[in-house]
Design a protein around this ligand. Sequence first.
Ligand SMILES: Nc1ncnc2c1ncn2[C@@H]1O[C@H](COP(=O)(O)OP(=O)(O)OP(=O)(O)O)[C@@H](O)[C@H]1O
Ligand SMILES: [Mg+2]
Length: 278
Amino acid sequence: MPSIETVAEPLISLRNLHLSFGSNPVLKGIDLDVHRGQAVSIIGPSGSGKSTILRCISGLLQPQRGTIRVGNTEVHTLAQEAQRIELRKRVGFVFQQYNLFPHLSVLENLVIAPRKVLGRSRIEAEKEARALLAKVRMEHKADAFPGQLSGGQQQRVAIARALAMRPELILFDEVTSALDPETVGEVLTVIRELTEEGMTCVLVTHEMRFAEEISDIVYFTENGVIVEHGSAAKIFQHPDSERTQTFLRHALGDPGRRPVVANDPYLLTNLGRYSLSV
Ligand SMILES: Nc1ncnc2c1ncn2[C@@H]1O[C@H](COP(=O)(O)OP(=O)(O)OP(=O)(O)O)[C@@H](O)[C@H]1O
Ligand SMILES: [Mg+2]
């Protein structure tokens, strides 16, 4: 969405981010912008710093150098945990491990934070929770417990739980990596719908075709730096860097050629991954 990019301030802006764990430099000068309503993907090899970037955006990690702005909040200056908790009310985070509360029903998993953190009434929180469960096609499991659900179903509940806080943006960290292949599609469908509705999303993903399809901007990271970024078409079809080309060749399992969509062998053999099963 280049038109948005030129007229508005980014919702998220990282500048010259440096972060080390002990003597191990993990982020070495990260610049990254996300505009309101954009879907931005971060791709790159394991250990390149993708999750660390997301944790910086949500205030879970403090960089040693550089700036992080989310809306009007200068995240790198937040010194107290209470301030970071305020930030995390606005920034949804969905992880690979769904982290649902196992002792609470699906409905209660969605109701607890809006009630305890945002002070909503039970009636209001339950009404919204049921609407969100319908949105992720999980309303029929409102009274079930997480242990009774498939991985894909739990992940959809986790997404609904993040939405229950009415966040300004959502960070997704490898949310389909732990799922059985047949349930990946149902989670991706939910994320695709969120991006189509204009929710600002930052995704770390190994689902390259999905990233290509839904992203406005793609960042390729390696060894703590952004090697290149650009539109999904640019990064997936005409990457500048040899490193990006090599990574995509391996990740896509083909020479990087984008198949014709109408006759796309990947889509034809993976149709099940893109349909919703409940
Ligand atoms: N809490 C931590 N303490 C020490 N080192 C850490 C910590 N978290 C991450 N690291 C290191 O930082 C580097 C980047 O990790 P990060 O999790 O950001 O990578 P990633 O790109 O998300 O990888 P993956 O694709 O495997 O999830 C790795 O070398 C990792 O071992
Ligand atoms: Mg990671």
